[in-house]
Design a protein around this ligand. Structure first.
Ligand code: AMP
Ligand code: GLY
Length: 426
């Protein structure tokens, strides 16, 4: 098979690394990819949102399957674009159509969906500009902290958590009236704050059956002890100690089954990954959000723990034969530590030369934001590498990643040295 992966981060490198091991693979292309994916296949420098260029590439390279990494092309309808095109319509796209991608693309849609299909989630209401007074009243009846969410995609910045009622009202006005998040904030979901520990559960589905992939916990803040600004993710651990068999069973019965059934009842043919962001509230899962894709950096711990041939599983998704595919995950613990550029998530410089890249021998070095320049590798993003290691304990796995992180050199390198620490004594 010839496969095209869309995206350029650590998630796509982990996908490329895994798919390159499949016996079913002939040629692998990554668009646009990075310096790491270039070691697994051929990078093609086109944008993930340039559907016409993607069409030409698929035609030219005789691509048999397209795996979409990020949410943006899915929410914009790349899968629908393929289905509506005479040339492309029989080429499977892994990732939902526009209707299914609404699970991530609209917070209001996903909350309505959860309510309709009785998926446990925080109490909420949605408001538009004309309903701002009702929004203020709704806030008054909630206990702090207050959670405000822009309905649409806002590059991961659309969720505000505020401790003070006046501040919350002010931000509601900023979003609805002053268009703080542009069109994405034309509707705002206000919801109850959930207390607990967060984790993510990943599901691969062909619309009928599903496989529950390993769960993971990520670390979103830039600073140690979960302080400072939010980032795309500074590290991840899989499995999550408190997400034992009994907890995952609850997630399956209360969240996964009603979600798949709900999609069917809505007439949504969903083929791809569902990322379920959960809060463990005293042993009971509550859904914080759905995403229509895998997480980054969670993929860099989830995918290495999958023993089965990923391409074979994706074939199962494409042909709705996932129930016939074998799936297993390894028991060992995987941890990933993300190396970022100095200044991230604020302003940072790109183009720093990376040296000693091949020094780490005990870890998988996934590239998140790099590019090749002749025989050099240069930094090319806020997140630069995700370094994944295995161990029999979280401590062993993260320590291997820290040792590898120390070996790689570039100007301004920073990483959190407390990844996994909160999970070590649970
Ligand atoms: P989201 O974009 O919906 O994932 O929200 C971003 C982050 O905000 C989540 O990962 C949580 O840490 C936090 N968050 C969102 N909704 C809630 C909630 N209802 N209660 C507590 N924390 C929340
Ligand atoms: N790591 C969180 C995300 O991918 O959205």
């Amino acid at each position: 098979m010839n496969v095209l992966i869309l995206g350029s981060g650590g998630r796509e490198h982990a996908f490329a690394w895994k798919i390159a091991q499949s016996k079913q693979l002939q040629n692998l292309y990554i668009a646009p990819g990075n310096a790491g994916t270039a070691n697994c296949g051929t990078n093609v420098n086109i944008s993930i949102n340039d559907f016409e260029a993607i069409k030409n590439l698929v035609w030219e390279k005789d691509i048999d399957m397209v795996l979409v990494g990020p949410e943006d092309p899915l929410v914009k309808g790349i899968h629908d674009y393929f289905l509506q095109d005479e040339v492309l319509k029989d080429i499977p796209v892994i990732g939902p159509k526009k209707d299914g991608a609404q699970l991530e693309g609209s917070k209001d849609f996903s909350k309505q969906f959860m309510q309709k299909y009785r998926v446990p989630t925080a109490k909420y209401a949605t408001f538009t500009k004309n309903e701002i007074e009702s929004g203020y009243e709704f806030l008054q009846d909630l206990n702090p902290p207050y959670v405000l969410k822009a309905d649409g995609l806002a590059a991961g910045k659309g969720v505000l958590i505020l401790n003070n009622l006046e501040e919350a009202k002010n931000e509601l006005k900023n979003m609805l009236v002053d268009a703080k998040f542009g069109e994405a904030g034309a509707k705002v979901v206000i919801e109850e704050f959930l207390h607990g520990i967060e984790l993510s559960v990943f599901v691969l589905t062909d619309g009928k059956s599903y496989k529950i992939l390993p769960a993971a916990k990520d670390y979103k803040r830039i600073g140690e002890g979960d302080t400072g600004l939010n980032t795309g993710g500074m590290g991840a651990v899989s499995p999550v100690p408190f997400a034992d068999e009994a907890f995952i069973k609850k997630v399956e019965e209360r969240v996964i089954k009603p979600t798949i059934e709900g999609l069917n009842k809505e007439g949504i043919d969903y083929r791809g990954f569902i990322f379920i962001g959960l809060m463990n509230c005293n042993g009971n899962p509550q859904v914080i959000e759905y995403n229509c894709r895998m997480g980054d950096p969670e993929t860099e711990v989830v995918i290495p723990r999958i023993e089965s041939d990923l391409l074979d599983l994706l074939q199962g998704v494409a042909t709705q034969t996932l129930h016939m595919k074998t799936y297993s995950a390894i028991k060992e613990i995987a941890a990933t530590v993300v190396l970022v550029s100095g200044g991230y998530p604020g302003e940072y410089e790109k183009g720093k030369e990376v040296t000693q890249l091949h020094e780490p021998k005990d870890s998988l070095v996934f590239h998140s934001g790099t590019k090749s320049d002749e025989d050099k590798v240069l930094t090319n993003g806020g997140r630069v590498f995700a370094i994944t290691s295995f161990g029999n304990s979280i401590e062993e796995a993260v320590n291997k990643s820290f040792a590898s992180a120390d070996k790689i050199k570039y100007d301004g390198k920073y990483y959190r040295k407390d990844i996994g620490r909160d999970l070590m004594n649970l």
